[in-house]
Structure formats: structure tokens, C-alpha cells
Ligand binder design. Sequence first.
Ligand SMILES: C[S@@+](CC[C@H](N)C(=O)[O-])C[C@H]1O[C@@H](n2cnc3c(N)ncnc32)[C@H](O)[C@@H]1O
Length: 233
Amino acid sequence: MIQTLDKYTGHKKIDGVYQKIINNIPAHKVYYELFAGSASILSLITVPAREIRLNDIDPEVQQLLMDKFPNAIVTNVNAIDTLKITNRENTLQFVDKRDVFLFLDPPYLHDTRTDKELYKYEMQQIDHVKLLTEALQLNCNCMIIHPKCDLYNTMLYDWYKIEIKIRYNRKTSIEFLYMNYPPPTELQCFDYLGSSCWNRQQIKRKGDRLLEKLKKLPVLEQNYLLNRLKELA
Ligand SMILES: C[S@@+](CC[C@H](N)C(=O)[O-])C[C@H]1O[C@@H](n2cnc3c(N)ncnc32)[C@H](O)[C@@H]1O
């Protein structure tokens, strides 16, 4: 019986991991997560999307998610069926591709992990094939996280990917973030920008110094510079 979403099995609120994930999430209006679990990434994004949709097949998890994210739409259906319907009915056809961001963190393939039964609802190899088949047809921005394996590397061979090393109980797992979009330049949340703790601090200090300089200028000059900055866009 699950009591709480804190430290939910397979959560991604791990230092060095969540920053890499969030630094690769493009700006969006709709945040969609189909294997939500504790939705730990969503809870770290400080700039919320206009619409948040969460799903987990486990009704107990759904209830906990509804309590934790009262503004989100939370469902408990099979993610693969949802993707199938989305693709068949072309639900996202009229939406700007960049408006919707879909994050998929499914229960990992059994071959890629030591603990085989982590969730009440698990996925077999065939389910992963179905999931990826549907993911390949999506027309919104989609990110999938999964440990290194032939199936994902083969089926998502032309997706942009980055490697992440994750420590679980003293074991290191080599995982990949697979994305069907190029490295984003406009992020939903810039709070964790930087490749390491040190680099993040450097970037923050750079921002603080620049802001201090700007604050000292007369308002009209501040606005002039703000306008000039638009030239960078
Ligand atoms: C790896 S966990 C997600 C962890 C989550 N990213 C977090 O930060 O807590 C995978 C979740 O997928 C759910 N799940 C398993 N099979 C599913 C399916 N077919 N459709 C939707 N959810 C499913 C499980 O109940 C579990 O909560």
C-alpha cells in the first residue's frame, strides 16, 4: 500500500539527474506526463505550464497525485492506449507542436534492472515496443527516459539523446534521455541551468552581476536595453 509520494520508487528527484532533465525541457503551454508516479520532475519546475495533465495506471497513485497537484487533470488509464488514441484521432493535429511537452518515464525493461517487481503495474517487452511505436508517431515534443538498451537505441535511433549516469542503491545505471526535438534554446524553467553545481553557480552570479548593473541605470535606459535585447531573439 502506497502511503505517500515522497521517495516514490523510480522518482527522478536525484541531484545531477533532475537538472539534466529540466535543462532539456523546452518551453511549453501543456505539460503532459503519462507514467507520472510521484511526478517529481513536475514538482521541481518552478514555471508551471498553463495546463498540467498527469496519468498513472495505478488508482492509488492517481489519488495521491490529485491531492498533491490540485490544479492538474489526473487520470488513471493505460498510457499506451492513450497514445494510440491520441495518434489515431490526431488529437494534437491542430495544436502547435511546441505547445505540448510530453514526458515518459515508464517502468524500465526488466533486463535493464535488478529489481523486477517495483510497481503494482509493470510493463513487458511487447508493451515497450507498442509504447515506442506510438511515441514515434507523435507530433508534440516528447522526452523519454530509459536505461541504455538495444530496443530503445534501435527504435529511437534518430532521436536526439543524452546520457545520464544515475546511482541507485550503490549501483550506477547508464540511462538516456531520448528527445524527438533538437536541443532546446528556450526552456520552460531556467533555474537549474548549468552542467554542474559549480557551473550553475557561475551562471547565477553572472546574472546577478548583470542585473545589479542594470538596476543602477535610469529607467529609460533600462527599457532601451531591454528593447535592444530583443535583437537576440
Ligand atoms: C518509473 S515510475 C515513474 C516515476 C516518476 N517519474 C517519478 O518521478 O516519480 C513508472 C510509473 O508508471 C506507472 N505505470 C506502469 N504501467 C503503466 C501503464 N501502462 N500506463 C500508465 N502508467 C503505468 C507505474 O504505476 C509507476 O508509477
